[in-house]
Design a protein around this ligand. Structure first.
Ligand code: FDA
Ligand code: NAD
Length: 431
């Protein structure tokens, strides 16, 4: 099979890239998406949230892209109507850039003129570190819809049981909440002194830890899962911690990070920071090969730095940028460089936070961050060289979230940290 454009991977970036190809003009039969998943591109963030709710859970086709950003929902029929080949349940096992060929596990070959690599990330597994018993049944990871379906089956089978969540990052915090909502007895375990240390300050983390504790979730910090016990069926029954404690468990969910899936391209493209190195148009070191989403290491213009981002907003925007650049270059034109403002968010229980910019420099907390408050609302600014470079807000309205985004983009000067503490959100709203 021979295509002008092939998107390798069928996740968030692939879906947004397909929509952009259609906007820019693509002829029937020119574009193929090859995905090892069995379903058309969907908004992956739903998997750790509403997809796992015990009541009125989100289900496909409800969350196919591009609903997550308020756009049109691309049902499988949309791809066929537009003449886009959606090649599902097909894992590519070999990429040969010298001959512009991809080979699937079943031995089918696909030729391309231009390739967009959108393979995303794979979870890091405890079996990767040889943790004893880590291969036991009912130890789950969450990346794809099939993983979520397996977890749902176990939640039903072990009804009202005990769940241990290993990891205190995004998956850890979102899954602890959702398991509690499913009426599980939940314990979280992570090695750091506070949750989500990549982004949260100790003060921000203290709010979420307190809120989770009030929901009945136990948190054990400063240790890791060193082994697992299983019953005669091979199902996990307990988590052995490095500090000697043993926790009963019917279900374990592990979220200890992810790695960008670049193995198929190893030695064929330049890499940096674990990803495929690209320019500001997501073109790799090989001119007809682009990389978008989690796998791209790209120039972050605002900070004059090369970075990789594992979040959905960038997956969407990088895909659109790459397609615009590809189509422009065919007409001998160029597009503006990618100028990305980092945007991350999460939701759990009744909470919802957004973060924009860079979490470097001095952090200044504002607002009501008491976990027992009936309506907590607080945030943090980060100040570097006298300028506000990052902003976090819990429970913001859409207008307030827009205001903190603007602050992170504009980077206003600030006289002192005290000013920010006193003014809080007012500071952002007047920018
Ligand atoms: P993505 O992972 O979406 O897609 C990659 C696709 O490539 C998959 O379909 C995969 O099967 C396929 N593939 C890989 N190798 C292949 C091969 N060899 N052959 C064929 N197909 C192959 N971010 C955020 O900002 N807010 C949030 O709330 C969340 N929530 C969230 C929940 C969960 C459970 C996860 C796992 C992740 C998030 N994220 C998030 C992160 C966000 O979803 C992520 O950054 C984007 O999905 C990345 O988009 P990509 O298209 O790069 O990869
Ligand atoms: P993460 O990097 O956010 O968190 C990993 C956490 O693992 C660390 O904070 C640490 O607490 C913990 N850890 C590391 N080694 C450990 C060990 N041996 N035992 C116990 N804990 C250990 O990664 P994640 O939460 O697994 O998320 C995976 C991917 O999915 C990331 O790319 C993330 O960005 C993405 N994701 C994003 C969101 C969101 O943006 N809201 C939600 C879910 C997933």
């Amino acid at each position: 099979m021979d295509f002008k454009y092939v998107i390798l991977g069928g996740g968030v970036s692939a879906g947004y890239a397909a929509r952009e190809f259609v906007k820019q003009g693509v002829k029937p039969g020119e574009l193929a998406i090859i995905s090892k998943e069995a379903v058309a591109p969907y908004e992956r963030p739903a998997l750790s949230k509403a997809y796992l709710f015990p009541e009125a859970p989100a289900r496909l086709p409800g969350f196919h892209v591009c609903v997550g950003s308020g756009g049109e929902r691309l049902l499988p029929e949309w791809y066929s109507e537009k003449g886009i080949e959606l090649i599902l349940s097909t894992e590519i096992v070999k990429v040969d850039l010298a001959s512009n060929t991809l080979t699937s596990a079943a031995g089918t070959t696909f030729k391309f003129d231009t390739l967009i690599v959108a393979t995303g990330s794979a979870v890091i597994k405890l079996t990767d570190f040889g943790v004893q018993g880590a291969g036991s049944k009912n130890i789950f990871y969450l990346r794809e819809i099939d993983d979520a379906d397996e977890l749902i089956e176990a939640i039903k089978a072990k009804k009202d049981g005990k769940a241990v969540i290993v990891g205190g990052g995004y998956i850890g915090l979102e899954l602890a909440a959702v398991m509690k909502i499913n009426n599980y007895n939940v314990t979280m375990v992570y090695p750091e002194p506070w949750c989500m240390p990549r982004l949260f300050t100790p003060e921000i983390a203290a709010f979420y830890e307190g809120y989770y504790a009030n929901k009945g979730i136990s948190i054990i910090k400063g240790t890791v899962a060193a082994g697992f016990e299983a019953n005669a069926n091979g199902e996990v029954t307990a988590v052995k911690l490095k500090d000697g404690r043993v926790l009963d468990a019917d279900i374990v969910v592990v979220g200890v990070g992810a790695r960008p899936l670049t193995t198929l391209l190893k030695g064929q493209v330049e890499e940096d920071k674990g990803g495929i190195k690209t320019d500001a148009f997501f073109k790799s070191s090989v001119p007809n090969v682009y990389a978008v989403g989690d796998v791209a290491t790209f120039p972050m213009k605002m900070y004059n730095e090369i970075r990789r981002v594992e979040h959905v907003d960038h997956a969407r925007k990088s895909a659109e940028q790459a397609v615009k650049a590809i189509k422009a270059s065919e007409g001998g034109k160029t597009v503006d460089q990618y100028d990305y403002l980092p945007f991350f968010y999460s939701r759990s229980f009744d909470l919802s936070w957004q973060f924009y910019g860079d979490n470097v420099g001095e952090a200044v907390l504002f607002g009501d961050s008491s976990p027992t408050s009936p309506k907590p609302k607080f945030g943090s600014y980060w100040i570097k060289d006298g300028k506000v470079v990052g902003a976090f807000l819990e429970s913001g309205t859409p207008e307030e979230n827009k205001a903190i985004a603007k602050v992170a983009k504009v980077q206003p000067s600030v006289a002192s940290a005290d000013q920010l503490t006193k003014e809080g959100l007012t500071f952002a709203c007047k920018i």
